[in-house]
Design a protein around this ligand. Structure first.
Ligand SMILES: [Zn+2]
Length: 541
């Protein structure tokens, strides 16, 4: 058995002496697991001791004379840092989803929210609400370009005036002042799509005034945009924005969309490799599902039709001149996406949920573009696009050493029987498919992509590794049983093989069952927990 040397960080010493009653009694001992520290290093067989919300010791606890109030035998199991979901839509603001159970069952202990350009500027308010109400996982926020643009100029398809740009800058600055990690954009979506590159650079410059700021990009064109901006152009744009503004860049749910891009992941990855070689801190995050989830309007209606908002869109539906053009362009958009039978409605409207756009069109005796417009008249709809990603691309991307992991997922609860399984299985699917079954990547490498790599990118110094002094976010997995259970037909299935999950030293899952605890904390830029008083080491709650 390898014994780690105990290194008490000076800053944590008062905390440790306060927490351990006597020299050698801690709260919890996980005995004899196969411990992966999150760095990509091979595992060691070791005991892990937890005191309060911190990892107190890793090594041979008996030899070190450490005992605990609670001892759990984890021999034969895999012990890792809790996983970090680098692009998430976990529903922490709603009653259903606040406990993040779908994520915890994958071993996820931290989620990144406010992505795709959607994060508001009221960061402190949202963090405070989470701290008050309790959340199941740790969470952090980005401030969003789309939200800033919408607040300043609505859905108009034009550049901002100088005053409007200043208002957008102030929006971003407020978010950053309150602890956001950086700027997120959704240039594929509206109104972000109406922005020129320079506008995003200007806003990113505001974020760059804060140390460690990140630009999180949902690309303008992942491969299936209409009209095409170009998958490679889009990656180049994301790199340029970060490089000129001085922020790190992360490509969210990075992959190449559409049959015309199957096998082309290495080309996009090469652009990122080139940027990294010249010193730009660029990385990505991915999951291994082949379907996307977004909204029907984005997938079937060109952005010019929506300029001015939904009522303007409906006026254009109703005008014979514009209607003919819209109809033709919707057909072209559907063709890029594999056809109306690849667009699966996962909306709350139960008469639509689980049907493809082709099904609905047939039921209504309409063409697919007609059916799409009819749905959109009463509101945008959530949809999946089946088969948009290529498994070969995904396998390639799993092997690049700057690729983190994300769910991009939302557990909408019982209101949507059919939804994307990624909220329930992204991390466990990657482990099951790529590590266990295909042995395409090793377990240490995969764990690093889910933990240490992400923690380093986020600028965390006390979370994301399984080491002494770090926050006790820990997943204990039975690799013989790890498996995603959620399917496209029946998504609401928790992953299996996650035996124990600790968040800040508290069991969120124990012996395979959720405990109902809410041990998650909002995490400010830089890694401190919110509110800052928790930093002093007082036990939470
Ligand atoms: Zn996205």
């Amino acid at each position: 058995m390898k014994t780690f040397r105990f290194v008490a960080l000076a800053v944590l010493a008062p905390f440790f002496s306060a927490c351990a009653s006597g020299e050698d009694s801690v709260d919890l001992l996980l005995l004899g697991g196969s411990v992966y520290d999150g760095s990509g290093a091979d595992p060691v067989i070791a005991d892990v001791a937890v005191a309060g919300d911190r990892i107190w010791y890793v090594g041979d606890a008996a030899a070190a004379g450490i005992t605990a109030a609670d001892t759990v035998d984890v021999r034969g199991l895999t012990v890792t840092p809790g996983f970090i979901d680098m692009h998430s839509h976990a529903e922490l603001d709603s009653d259903h989803g606040r406990d993040a159970r779908a994520f915890l069952y994958q071993g996820v202990t931290s989620v990144v929210l406010g992505v795709d350009g959607g994060g508001g500027s009221g960061v402190a308010e949202r963090l405070a609400r989470w701290a008050d109400d309790g959340i199941g996982v740790n969470a952090l926020l980005f401030v969003g370009h789309n939200a800033a643009r919408r607040a300043a100029i609505g859905m108009e398809d034009r550049p901002p005036t100088a005053e409007e740009l200043d208002a957008m800058r102030a929006f971003v600055r407020k978010g950053m002042e309150e602890g956001a990690y950086g700027l997120s954009s959704g240039l594929f979506y509206l109104p972000g799509n109406y922005a020129e590159t320079q506008e995003v650079i200007e806003l990113n410059r505001v974020a760059a005034e804060y140390e460690g700021a990140i630009y999180d990009t949902h690309d303008r064109d992942l491969g299936a945009s209409y009209p095409s901006f170009g998958y490679l152009n889009s990656i180049a744009e994301g790199i340029r924005i970060g490089e000129e503004a001085g922020t790190k860049v992360i490509f969210s749910h990075f992959n190449a969309q559409g049959a015309h891009n199957y096998g082309r992941a290495p080309e996009g990855a090469a652009l990122i490799e080139e940027a990294r070689a010249r010193g730009v801190e660029v990385a990505g995050a991915h999951h291994s599902y082949t379907a996307t989830q977004s909204n029907l309007r984005s997938y079937t209606i060109p952005s010019w039709v929506v300029a001015g908002g939904d009522s303007a869109m409906i006026r254009r539906f109703d005008h014979p001149d514009t209607l003919a053009l819209i109809d033709r362009q919707t057909r072209e958009m559907l063709a890029i996406r594999g056809g109306a039978d690849h667009i699966l409605l996962v909306d709350e409207r139960l008469d639509l949920n689980g049907k493809t756009l082709a099904d609905v069109a047939a039921e209504w005796g309409l063409t697919a573009p007609e059916a799409a417009r009819r749905i959109l008249r009463t509101g945008n709809a959530s949809v999946m696009n089946l088969g948009l990603y290529d498994e070969e691309n995904t396998r390639y991307l799993a092997g690049v050493d700057w690729m983190m992991t994300c769910t991009d997922g939302q557990d909408p609860g019982p209101t949507r029987p059919v939804t994307h399984p990624r909220a329930f299985g992204s991390f466990t699917k990657k482990l099951k498919d790529l590590v266990i079954d295909e042995q395409l990547i090793t377990l240490p490498y995969s764990v690093r992509s889910m933990t240490g790599l992400a923690a380093d990118f986020l600028g965390w110094t006390d979370r994301g590794y399984l080491r002494v002094g770090m926050a006790a976010d820990i997943a204990v997995l039975d690799m013989a049983r790890v498996q995603d259970m959620a399917t496209y037909e029946d998504a609401h299935q928790y992953s299996e093989g996650t035996v124990h999950v600790l968040v800040n030293g508290v069991f969120a899952i124990r012996d395979g069952s959720a405990t109902g605890e809410m041990p998650g904390r909002p995490i400010l830029r830089g890694g401190a927990a919110f509110p800052r008083t928790l930093l002093a080491g007082e036990p939470a709650g």
